[in-house]
Design a protein around this ligand. Structure first.
Ligand SMILES: NC(=O)c1ccc[n+]([C@@H]2O[C@H](COP(=O)([O-])OP(=O)(O)OC[C@H]3O[C@@H](n4cnc5c(N)ncnc54)[C@H](OP(=O)(O)O)[C@@H]3O)[C@@H](O)[C@H]2O)c1
Length: 437
């Protein structure tokens, strides 16, 4: 049998401790599958005394993750610390430069420094595997990188943040407000004490930026993503969406257009009958649309110790199965040096259907004035209804519009016009509609 694969794990929190446990508990199966043992030879975390719930007595302790990456007697460095700078970046870079394979679950690091790290890995002829960094346990990286050769991706989109999907699912199922849902999610451990990163879309954007690069062969451009979170979604939106045959999801969408590549994260209305609309709670999903395959949807657990560890262990096993001298495929599907500059499609040129909810004074002529503003901007309406149910008082009404395909620029201009006309009693709500099978 080949020599054991020696693994060093930096970070023994939710994911790191689970990875160590799975490697221990599944040692016999992994040896049979990989044709060699996988042993945890070194570990690092902040607190050497903390009980990690797993036997690490065979592993050498390092206070410093960078030292572990550089000096430990290991073949693979597994980074599970987190963060886009500091010890995570320094240790991954050090491991790659020392010619060690790296496995990481760190989307923030890859979104910021992924291309630079990929260049080092490819120069050194080692693997940089990161299946767990996007959608946790769902094998989307492998699918896009390995199983779809020759396909031209036209669009990739998904529910990439469990916290947001959990909140939106409960808002719809139980009719409760965003704030009440968020508090409950925090109490149950589905949302962080500071939830901004999740609910404002940053986490989704990090993952989307990696998918975009895999899909279109472009350099990662996380800072170029248009982003809106879910904190202004109300019960009125959720009810109106349901009446119209839609469900609201926070989607990350990357799409090839005539003017470049769109990358956007925002609340989106998807048809209730579509497959992605059936993805509830903390579950994640990624849809990939290509010229050869059509639309593929992968769905499953996007976070949590075990699900994430499953993806990390899969990445380690791939390294265990690879043989010395074997030429590894490029990190982002195309050689890092050949990734094209990201050509950004400007948001105002985004084309699609729109849901517009306006709370207006209950006066004669308002309805006609709104319709005129839409027509003046060449917006063709699929429907315009005045709602009797909802937050109205006698003095105000809700007008719900659904547009046929139009542009973001036209919608913004029309809504600006309606606002200037002085008919609104509250902020207008605009939600994009996404085509989904
Ligand atoms: N949790 C998930 O469900 C999930 C899902 C997908 C991806 N990820 C990614 O996986 C990574 C780890 O997440 P997590 O949830 O496991 O985080 P976590 O529970 O906060 O664990 C972080 C670990 O890093 C250790 N650490 C912190 N600073 C360190 C340093 N300077 N040197 C060595 N170790 C250090 C901590 O040590 P102490 O324990 O001693 O404090 C802790 O063990 C992140 O990149 C995250 O984005 C997580």
């Amino acid at each position: 049998m080949a020599e054991a694969l020696r693994v060093g794990i930096a970070g023994l929190g939710t994911v790191g401790a689970s990875v160590a446990r799975v490697l221990n508990e599944k040692a016999a199966e992994l040896t049979r599958q990989c044709g060699r043992d996988i042993v945890v030879a070194a570990v690092s975390a902040r607190d050497p005394k903390r009980d990690r719930g797993v036997d690490l007595s065979g592993a050498k302790w390092f206070d410093d993750a960078v030292k572990l990456a550089e000096k430990a007697d290991i073949d693979v460095f597994v980074e599970l610390i987190g963060g886009d700078e500091g010890p995570a970046r320094a240790s991954v870079k050090a491991a790659l430069e020392a010619g060690r394979h790296v496995v990481t679950a760190n989307k923030a690091l890859l979104a910021k420094h992924g291309v630079q790290l990929a260049e080092i890995a490819e120069k050194k002829g080692v693997l940089l595997n990161y299946e767990a960094a996007v959608a946790g346990g769902i094998p989307v990286i492998k699918t896009m990188r390995e199983a779809m050769a020759g396909n031209q991706v036209t669009r990739v989109f998904g529910i990439l943040n469990g916290t947001c999907n959990y909140i939106l699912t409960r808002m719809e199922a139980e009719g409760i407000s965003f704030d009440a849902c968020l508090k409950d999610a925090q109490r149950l451990g589905y949302a962080e004490a500071d939830p901004t990163f999740d609910i404002e879309g940053h986490d989704t954007a990090h993952k989307l930026s990696i998918l975009t690069s895999l899909a279109f062969g472009t350099r990662i451009a996380a800072s170029d993503i248009y982003m809106e979170g879910i904190s202004n979604i109300t019960q009125a939106d959720i009810r109106a969406a349901a009446d119209l045959g839609y469900r609201i999801k926070l989607l990350g969408v990357a799409q090839r257009t005539d003017s470049g590549i769109e990358q956007r994260v925002h609340p989106t209305m998807v048809p209730t009958a579509s497959v992605i609309a059936q993805v509830h709670g903390v579950t994640n999903a990624v849809a990939i649309e290509t010229d050869i395959l059509g639309e593929l949807l992968l769905s499953g657990p996007g976070a949590g110790g075990n699900a994430t560890a499953s993806a990390v262990v899969g990445d380690i096993a791939d390294i265990a199965k690879s043989r010395p001298g074997f030429q590894h495929g490029p990190v982002f599907g195309w050689p890092a040096k050949e990734l094209k500059p990201y050509k950004k499609a400007q948001m105002p040129s985004h084309a699609g259907g729109y849901f517009i909810r306006l709370t207006v004074h209950d006066r004669i002529g308002v309805f006609a004035a709104i319709a005129k503003r839409m027509a003046d901007n060449d917006i063709s309406l699929e429907s315009i209804v005045q709602q009797s149910a909802g937050p109205e008082t006698e003095a105000q009404k809700t007008v719900i519009l659904v547009t046929h395909e139009t542009t973001e620029a036209a919608v913004r201009k029309a809504v600006e016009g309606v606002t200037k006309d002085g008919h609104l009693t509250d902020k207008p709500q605009v939600i994009r509609i996404e085509r989904a099978e």
